[in-house]
Design a protein. Structure first.
Lengths: 345, 335
């Protein structure tokens, strides 16, 4: 929730803390959003995959790359085919030769194969919901997939083999250390550029993105108008029944787009404390100098129970949201975007 | 102004169905791949995608519902990922690669290939003269493991035997030998490509060092009067194998060029286009190494006649030159 609608006076310590935290979080995630123009010419946003997600995907893939052959070989060693072959030296050697080539292909082309077959996703990436796409918005081509995965030789398999090889002593140890530092530089490249590219991404012109979740929620404006007209005022069109909440032009001119969308965020939240709703309603009512009187002059009943009051406030907020949005959208159609309440246009 | 529903709500109501339809199609593609769609759904997909994109453009102008805008934007992104993913089939890619991409990529990199060849030759010549002058150099250039017992201390007769040995080996041993050779050589090839990322210096050193080993190896045999024999022994597979290693080195230098002299583009985008070209060369070279390994283990061990060895090696060389030089040039001119 924003400072625009919720006064900092309200529950001061807790609130301001929370505000700071959320604003920081937003800033952080916004660092990962990039704009790409599709071949159709429409700009869309995409979110880069986090380094943690990519690392987890890599670990999963490595477990498959190294684990699966071991499991298969062990299973094969205990199977009936092996015992029947054990005496036949010739076929065993052919078997070894074939498995040698197959293992080579598996280790070196596992990533390439899956990224072509599954549209830029390996099993690990798939599990983490990330994928490889072209950096300039074009189609991801197979040569790019080959290029980015050939680079793994240097970025991944060499460091792994160094880690598992014995460390030399004396001058040999010194060269080993230099190699580790040198290779380490390549491994760390993703941490030193803002697009989180590894060397393979650089030579292939790709990056790794998060597959977004898309949830379309109910339209608040539609919902509220349906509710209000449906509740008590459908009785023919003429003479037009007054709506329960009617706002004057000055009242809907009090806020801008920023406040509108903050209000939307509040209304869309699944569970909001009644206190917050009350607070926001109070603030808006003060700002627009709202008088709790029906258009016909009768005084509006004051709800004794808190729950009824909250429901009433909710209806008020939705109605105000609909009115404000109508006003601002109408203005926008005439080319005037009122960004926030300080905007005088 | 206050009558009826909002224009933006109306807008949403009219189009919501199509968006939801696109979303369900996209979810199927993400889970089961594009082949899971029926023919009818497949024809709907691009229409729905374009429809959603245009909805997004309109919504940006008429609606202030942030959830709606975000939904449309992310749905467009998600559908865009599905539509502009990899679409080539694995088999089709392979065919096109052999008849077009690989020769063309090599022809485009011809000056780099020439440069790499010169580096290797320079290494070989230097090592040759040094080793001819003083056999001690052999120990410096060829490591213990690489020499495999073939060093200046061995008798000429042993060396000769090494060249013609293997006639009695049976096919099973050779199979294993070939596959081992192949994975070893290919790793070296891919590695020398990847090293090109470090401005090409390590690639340069690796190629030069390979030349050194070759040169002093030849020198050892030549000093015992086995010059022709070693040449024949090497040529049968070497014309293919050395060419493949040279191609990998040239690809590595291509990467280096992408970083050092980007030309009119930015460094990163130039690196991206050079990298893709270079990757094609390396993949082709890996396949050449597979052929070389087969020639090396079967051909070399079974065919012990000098002229036959030279003929096969020479024919392979002519084949590669025609394939990469002639075909590659023709494809490049056509484009």
């Amino acid at each position: 929730m924003s400072k625009a609608l919720v006064s900092p006076k309200y529950d001061p310590g807790k609130k301001t803390n929370k505000n700071k935290k959320t604003s920081k979080k937003i800033k952080k995630t916004e660092g990962a959003w990039r704009r790409v123009i599709t071949p159709e010419g429409v700009p869309v946003r995409l979110e880069l995959a986090s380094r943690g997600d990519r690392f987890a995907a890599l670990l999963l893939d490595l477990m498959i790359v190294y684990g699966l052959p071991v499991v298969l070989i062990i299973a094969f060693a205990f199977s009936a085919i092996w015992t029947s072959l054990e005496t036949d030296k010739g076929s065993i050697q052919i078997l070894f030769a074939i498995s040698n080539v197959v293992l080579f292909l598996w280790y070196n082309f596992y990533f390439t194969f899956f990224e072509i077959k599954w549209q830029g996703r390996t099993p690990g990436k798939r599990a983490l919901g990330i994928k490889v796409v072209d950096r300039h918005g074009g189609q991801l081509r197979s040569d790019a997939v080959f290029a980015r995965n050939l680079m793994r030789e240097l970025e991944l398999f060499l460091p792994i083999s160094i880690l598992f090889s014995p460390f030399g002593t004396g001058s040999e140890g010194f060269t080993d250390l230099l190699t580790i530092i040198w290779v380490g530089l390549f491994v760390c490249i993703p941490f030193f550029n803002k697009d989180r590219l590894r060397a393979g991404d650089m030579i292939a012109g790709t990056w790794v993105v998060k597959i977004p979740k898309t949830v379309l929620m109910e339209d608040i404006a539609q919902e509220s108008s349906a509710k209000i007209t449906g509740e008590s005022f459908i009785k023919g069109k003429e003479p037009k029944q007054p709506e329960r909440y009617v706002f004057t032009d000055e009242q809907v001119d009090a806020y801008g787009i920023y406040e509108l969308q903050t209000l939307e965020e509040l209304l869309r939240k699944p569970a909001v404390a009644p206190k917050t709703i009350k607070e926001v309603t109070q603030r808006i009512k003060t700002k627009i100098k709202w008088v709790d009187i029906n258009p016909d002059g009768s005084k509006r009943p004051h709800w004794k129970s808190a729950r009824n009051q909250t429901a009433e406030d909710d209806i008020f907020l939705k109605a105000y949201y609909a009115a404000l949005r109508r006003r601002l959208e109408a203005k926008m159609l005439f080319g005037k975007r009122r960004e926030n309440k300080h905007d005088k246009s | 102004m206050s009558d009826g529903v909002l224009k933006s709500s109306q807008f949403r109501k009219e189009r919501e169905g199509s968006w939801k339809e696109l979303q369900s199609l996209v979810e199927i593609i993400e889970k089961k791949g594009i082949k899971a769609l029926s023919a009818q759904e497949l024809t709907r997909l691009p229409n729905l995608y374009r429809f959603t994109l245009s909805s997004l453009s309109v919504a940006r102008g008429v609606s202030l519902d942030r959830n709606l805008l975000e939904y449309l934007e992310l749905l467009s992104t998600r559908a865009y990922y599905c539509i502009y993913g990899v679409h080539a089939s694995f088999g089709g890619t392979v065919l096109k690669f052999f008849f077009e991409d690989f020769p063309a990529a090599v022809w485009n990199a011809r000056w780099r290939v020439l440069l790499t060849t010169l580096i290797m030759l320079a290494g070989a010549l230097i090592a040759y003269y040094l080793t001819m002058g003083n056999e001690e150099w052999y120990y410096t250039m060829v490591g213990e493991g690489m020499a495999g017992g073939r060093n200046p201390a061995s008798a000429t007769e042993d060396l000769r035997k090494g060249l013609y040995d293997g006639g009695e080996l049976d096919a099973d041993d050779l199979n294993y030998f070939a596959s081992g050779l192949f994975s070893h050589n290919s790793s070296i090839g891919m590695f020398s490509f990847a090293l090109g990322f470090a401005l090409g210096v390590p690639t340069f050193i690796l190629i030069f060092y390979n030349g050194l080993i070759l040169g002093s190896f030849v020198a050892l045999y030549a000093s015992r009067g086995l010059g022709i024999d070693i040449a024949a022994w090497l040529s049968i597979h070497g014309t293919t194998e050395l060419l493949a290693i040279i191609l990998c080195g040239a690809a590595g230098l291509g990467l280096a060029k992408g970083i050092i002299s980007p030309g009119g583009k930015t460094r990163l985008s130039n690196l991206a286009s050079e990298g893709k070209q270079a990757a094609k060369v390396v993949i082709g070279a890996v396949l050449m190494l597979l052929i070389a390994a087969l020639l090396e283990s079967f051909g070399r061990q079974w065919i012990t006649d000098i002229t036959a060895r030279f003929t096969i090696g020479g024919l392979m060389l002519v084949f590669w030159l025609c394939y990469l030089g002639y075909l590659g040039r023709k494809i490049c001119q056509r484009h």
